[in-house]
Design a protein around this ligand. Sequence first.
Ligand SMILES: [Fe+2]
Length: 351
Amino acid sequence: MSMIDEITREKWILGAFPEWGTWLNEEIDATEVAPGTFSMWWIGCTGIWLKTQNGTGIATDLWFGNGKRTQKTKEMAAFHQMRNMTGGRATQPNLRAAPIVFDPFAVTEVDAVLATHIHQDHIDPYFAAAVLRNCAAGVPFIGPQGCADLWKKWGVPDSRIKVVRPGDTVAIKDVEIVVLESFDRTVLVTSNETLEGTLPTMDDKAVNYLFKTPGGNLYHSGDSHHSIRFAKHGKEHKVDVALGSFGENPVGNQDKMTSIDILRMAEALGTKVVIPVHHDVWTNFKADPLEILLLWNYKKNVLQYRFKPFIWEVGGKFTYPDDADKLQYHYRRGFEDAFTDEQNVPFPSIL
Ligand SMILES: [Fe+2]
């Protein structure tokens, strides 16, 4: 049989996806974090892999699914949160815009799996299955009650699930995780019931996390909208790096923070670095994070900003404090060993 005859759709899928294969898995596994620092990788959306100087690995909001893949369903399901929010019926065109940069089934070790909230782009059955199969028997799954319910429904044993609420702290090796309030109002309109006149609760569906590591503190705000209460979190905790969900809200939506919200959040938290996330993943909420840098430059002198933004890329690594002043990320460009050998060119001046 010819090569063409043996090619199938399944072979294409296995050969092309996940797009990065195990490249990033290998990088995370091999990284030794220097004392006095912490490193993290952006897995996409708000998915973050955090690693400490003692090798502790914490995976928050890792998600390996996607969005719309067909136009056949014309309307969102009744009571879908975006239908509840907007009163619109038409299927939202939220196609996944970012590649999958980590192979969940190639996970080798992790010390805790966390989710900030119940929405499908923040908690993942594939990763849960892979962690249960590949990793140590005691790895906990930590999240608010709604996340615990999802993990339980998927088959994560009760003994592995830890429900947290704002005010709780959890120790994972050398990391202290402080559980804080979420300000994700989209979670409040996620309901299968008529909501008018009701008083929905947040803490059982969504939380924020502060990770206190030996190398600095990371604030993960999940899908929080802007809130004046970021100032309270900043007053009560030292924040070195803060992540905020950024996006270009379609008309009729109030779902993601805008560039101004990201700057206000950073100022209120007293963070040293603010990093926008989530704008990568949905086609219909795609936003240009350089807008944050532009506005930061415009306002930093008059408002005496004490923080810097960092404009990241999915699959990229950030180390605090080493990268705190960098402002923008670029993928490794390679070719560090150019001219190790003689070139194979017709004559030296050819290029
Ligand atoms: Fe989200």
